[in-house]
Ligand binder design. Structure first.
Ligand code: HMG
Length: 390
């Protein structure tokens, strides 16, 4: 039985800062950001956005297309959660009017938990082929202002419908995975910015890629030549390019620029404009690949490397279905990224320094540009969400 991703929809903030603007302020050569880390624009969440609104906004087109009626499992993955107890997915469950007979839970393991959710959802549908699961990965990547990691912030969400006979990508059942207790990136509960040992995190990412890849090859009996396209976790696009070079070298493949471009290039387009979306990043990459590749990808095998600091990694694969083009939300994604508003440096810093009041008072938040849902206020420590009237 085929099981996999039936629909996928992305959402990111309406606001961004051009990394040239940031470079000027930090007195850094803009080429360090544009070329050195491969990022151009960084999505900045408005004060009335959080992972709930990002995730609900990503899934809204699925609701409008009446794709969510049979969903009885909602897995919400994030590492920028808003509550230590209540799952962010429960707010989303209400906003999307999902059935009350639907399990809802939040998952965490840094950037890996989107993939954990996908794999759990695939197993769920395998056991219940007439059911569907909704996986939402939503995150806001935040580091200290002025830190080396600042330019690798971003935000966004991916909503994926998992079903049998999927119309986009069938997920294959062999993978290679790996866990190790390392401190490359973490965020203690009392901090709203992540802590990271940046250069070390890059080394660990590369090492775990190799561990996962070797186990994947052993389990699947597949080789590099059997994979047509690659989607890596994308903390910044240069990282995915480097990961691909490493995989080519370890498979004794001569990486000409052309070959390299073919296999990963289209998967990086959206991330270059959105920045790190943590749990959603690899699925932003998949969507970018499906939306932007001119060639028909039907029957192509995609290799995925998911990495979450701390750390857990997984290499797995999927095969693109015939006729997938009809089920993409590529026009929404193009329009969303085209119509965003740039922030100047001061606006970026003001938004960065804004935080939801924590004194239990009754606050109404000013309305910024969001899509379908927004965080309208907070009262007695309870977040209030509303639909945005179009
Ligand atoms: P840095 O120290 O500012 O940068 O931090 P750098 O000096 O290493 O320079 C970066 C690149 O720009 C280098 O290229 C330079 O040569 C180049 P490389 O040698 O690596 O190929 N460069 C230039 N290029 C052109 N013109 C110039 C110029 N100047 C320099 N003028 C670092 C970089 C990635 C460490 C930092 O941004 C950081 O700490 N980021 C956050 C951590 C991160 O993203 N880690 C990635 C792996 S871990 C991961 O992916 C998990 C994560 O998503 C979290 C999770 O799982 O939850 C982060």
């Amino acid at each position: 039985m085929k099981i996999g991703i039936d629909r996928i929809s992305l959402y990111s903030s309406h606001y961004y800062i051009d990394l040239k603007t940031l470079a000027e302020q930090r007195q850094v050569d803009p080429e360090k950001f544009y070329f050195g880390i491969g990022q151009e624009k960084m999505a900045v969440p408005a004060p009335d956005e959080d992972v709930v609104t990002l995730g609900a906004n990503a899934a809204y087109p699925l609701m409008i297309d009446e794709e969510l009626d049979d969903v009885d499992l909602l897995l919400f993955s994030t590492e920028s959660g808003i509550d230590q107890s209540k799952a962010a997915g429960i707010y989303v469950h209400r906003l999307l009017k999902l059935s009350s007979h639907c399990r809802t839970v939040e998952l965490k393991q840094a950037c890996y938990s989107g993939t954990a959710a996908l794999q759990l959802a695939v197993q769920y549908v395998f056991a219940n082929p007439d059911k569907k699961a909704l996986v939402i990965a939503a995150d806001i990547a935040r580091y200290d202002l002025g830190s080396p990691s600042e330019a690798t912030q971003g935000c966004g969400a991916a909503a994926m419908l998992i079903s049998s006979n999927p119309r986009l990508v069938t997920i294959e059942n062999k993978s290679g995975y790996y866990t190790e207790d390392v401190m490359d990136f973490w965020r203690p509960n009392y901090r709203s910015e992540a802590l990271v040992d940046g250069k070390y995190s890059v080394q660990v990412y590369m090492r775990i890629l190799e561990e996962c890849w070797n186990q994947y090859k052993k389990n699947s009996k597949l080789e590099f030549k059997d994979i047509d396209y690659f989607c890596y976790h994308i903390p910044f696009t240069k990282m995915a390019e480097k990961a691909h070079v490493k995989l080519c070298r370890s498979s004794n493949i001569d990486v000409t620029n052309e070959e390299k471009a073919k296999a990963v290039c289209e998967s990086l387009k959206y991330s270059r404009l959105m920045g790190n979306c943590y749990t959603a990043s690899i699925y932003v990459g998949l969507t970018s690949l499906l939306d932007n590749t001119k060639k028909d990808l039907a029957n192509s095998r995609i290799g995925f490397f998911s990495y979450g600091s701390g750390c857990v990694g997984e290499f797995f694969s999927g095969v693109v279905e015939d006729g997938y083009q009809k089920y993409l939300y590529n026009n929404n994604h193009e329009e969303m990224l085209k119509n965003r508003s740039p922030l100047d440096y001061q606006q970026y810093e003001d938004i960065f320094n804004y935080s939801v009041p924590i004194d239990g008072g009754n606050y109404t938040f000013p309305q910024y540009k969001t899509k379908f849902f927004r965080l309208s206020g907070i009262n007695k420590h309870k977040r209030i969400y509303e639909s945005v009237n179009k």
